[in-house]
Design a protein around this ligand. Structure first.
Ligand SMILES: CC(C)(COP(=O)(O)OP(=O)(O)OC[C@H]1O[C@@H](n2cnc3c(N)ncnc32)[C@H](O)[C@@H]1OP(=O)(O)O)[C@@H](O)C(=O)NCCC(=O)NCCS
Length: 185
């Protein structure tokens, strides 16, 4: 289902929509390229096979069907150019959703991350009504992502010193949270 349609700064049309069963191949291409870039994400070059990606997509679709996840992709020119997801935690943590977001390199720094983040948070109020809190983690050196999260009301609640080993250096891992419905005060 298409949730938002827009144009990039260069005028290329894009849509933000739910992940679908037919996305495996495009998701595999997207995530494997992102991994090779060795940006500020978990994967640092590791590649997924089609079977692994299919298992991942099927699992996310099942979680979405069960009301435990929201997985959105941003698509332009028949390619997935970004993704964001919120996965609800389990048992006593089931009111907490963990958020992740990424965009393909050439689509960064033109406001698409902010658009995607705004859309996933708004959409989660409908699709994940039991969720009260969103949390996330970010490498301490990822100033752009930290800025974006703060702009959306996320606040740091802790950090694991040297919790990430990134490109041969230990860097802090920051944890952030916000309420889904933010009070105006
Ligand atoms: C993080 C990410 C999703 C943000 O999306 P984006 O489209 O590039 O971000 P936007 O253009 O919407 O917004 C970026 C904001 O950060 C600001 N910014 C850019 N570089 C910055 C820097 N080095 N330090 C501080 N702020 C910075 C921009 O000015 C903009 O803020 P503004 O709108 O207030 O001016 C995207 O860059 C990305 O996928 N990066 C690689 C993967 C990643 O880091 N994922 C997050 C893991 S926690």
């Amino acid at each position: 289902m298409i949730i938002f349609s827009g144009n990039t700064k260069e005028g290329k049309p894009y849509v933000i929509r739910n992940l679908e069963a037919g996305d495996t191949e495009a998701m595999m291409r997207y995530i494997n390229k992102l991994s090779l870039e060795q940006t500020y994400i978990l994967r640092q070059g590791e590649q997924s096979t089609y079977e692994e990606e299919k298992k991942f997509v099927d699992d996310q679709l099942k979680q979405m069907k069960d009301g435990k996840a929201l997985y959105l992709v941003i698509e332009s020119e028949n390619c997935i150019i970004g993704a964001t997801q919120i996965n609800l935690k389990e048992k006593v943590h089931s009111h907490v959703g963990h958020l992740g977001i990424s965009l393909a390199l050439s689509y960064r720094d033109q406001g698409l991350g902010a658009k995607l983040l705004g859309v996933v948070i708004e959409r989660s109020k409908i699709e994940l009504p039991s969720m009260k809190i969103i949390d996330l983690s970010v490498f301490a050196i990822n100033d752009r992502a930290k800025h974006l999260y703060e702009k959306f009301g996320f606040k740091e609640f802790g950090r694991l010193p040297k919790g990430v080993f990134y490109k041969g250096e230990y860097v802090d891992h920051i944890y952030m949270h916000r309420d889904v419905i933010m009070s105006s005060t």
